[in-house]
Design a protein around this ligand. Structure first.
Ligand code: NDP
Length: 235
């Protein structure tokens, strides 16, 4: 049985992860769930998955989380709060796998903590690779951690390269494609709204990555992410 800690459990990737885990209760245990400020959503997830630890990053919501859990008879779940606890959780000996699905640079500290503790990292938080790629890759190597990319393109590349030999790898070129999501084939963006930008025609994702996809910023982040993960300099 592997203990899984999900950082950013209330988000889009967090939800998909929990969905997958729910199919394998004999192999994976939901050990810890974290959120930033959405206490109600976190309590609902705790009710369903019964982790040992529930963590809210916004310390001002700690009492709300404790009372929400207590009202549902879940007082046995430990309540943690704040960035220091995020870092502590990522390094906890009981944690076998850290799913890093916090959005933005707030994911950096727990990601580094998991790397330094030699964990298996399931990394969705591309911003931490973009912000700290060199140090992160070094830390993973030094501490015997393992990084599995969750970002879909990077996961696909990871699987292709894993089955290739050194020669094929040295010849490989990585090409990332982009569509522009809701703004595909639109050349004049002067009157678009934030709501237009998050209305991706194919994927239901968090708001930041949806806007990043619509503006193509996401593809820039992905190129940087790929260059660190796979050791290819961007063209
Ligand atoms: P969401 O916005 O759906 O979820 C973000 C999660 O992070 C929530 O649990 C949120 O908590 C938590 N969070 C936000 N700010 C903080 C903070 N300051 N401290 C601690 N926790 C915080 O994001 P996504 O799931 O869409 O994306 C997560 C990551 O995965 C991003 O880096 C994104 O680029 C990457 N990714 C996402 C994909 C997708 O399909 N969604 C695909 C590929 C990569 P709360 O709910 O309380 O606000």
């Amino acid at each position: 049985m592997q203990n899984i800690a999900i950082f950013g459990a209330t988000g889009s990737i967090g939800g998909s992860t929990l969905d997958v885990l729910s199919h394998y209760p004999d192999r994976y245990r939901v050990f810890a769930l974290t959120a930033n400020s959405r206490v109600r959503d976190l309590v609902a997830l705790c009710e369903k998955h019964h982790p040992q630890i529930a963590l809210i990053a916004d310390c001002s919501k700690k009492a709300d989380l404790a009372s929400g859990l207590s009202e549902r008879g879940l007082s046995d779940i430990e309540v943690w709060a704040g960035e220091d606890d995020l870092v502590k959780l990522a390094a906890l000996p009981e944690v076998d796998v850290a799913v890093l699905a916090i959005v933005g640079a707030a994911g950096l500290a727990p990601t580094f903590s998991a790397a330094r503790a030699g964990k298996r990292l399931l990394l969705a938080n591309k911003e931490s690779v973009v912000c700290g790629g060199a140090l992160l890759m070094q830390s993973i190597k030094e501490h015997g951690a393992e990084l599995l990319p969750v970002d879909s393109e990077h996961n696909a590349i990871f699987q292709c390269l894993a089955s290739s030999n050194d020669h094929d790898r040295s010849q490989a070129r990585i090409i990332l494609t982009a569509s522009g999501g809701p703004f595909r084939n639109r050349f004049d963006l002067s009157d678009v709204t934030p709501e237009d930008a998050v209305a991706h025609p194919t994927w239901q994702m968090g708001r930041k990555i949806s806007v990043d996809s619509a503006t193509l910023m996401n593809k820039g982040l992905e190129v940087i992410e790929a260059s660190w993960l796979f050791g290819f300099p961007p063209d």
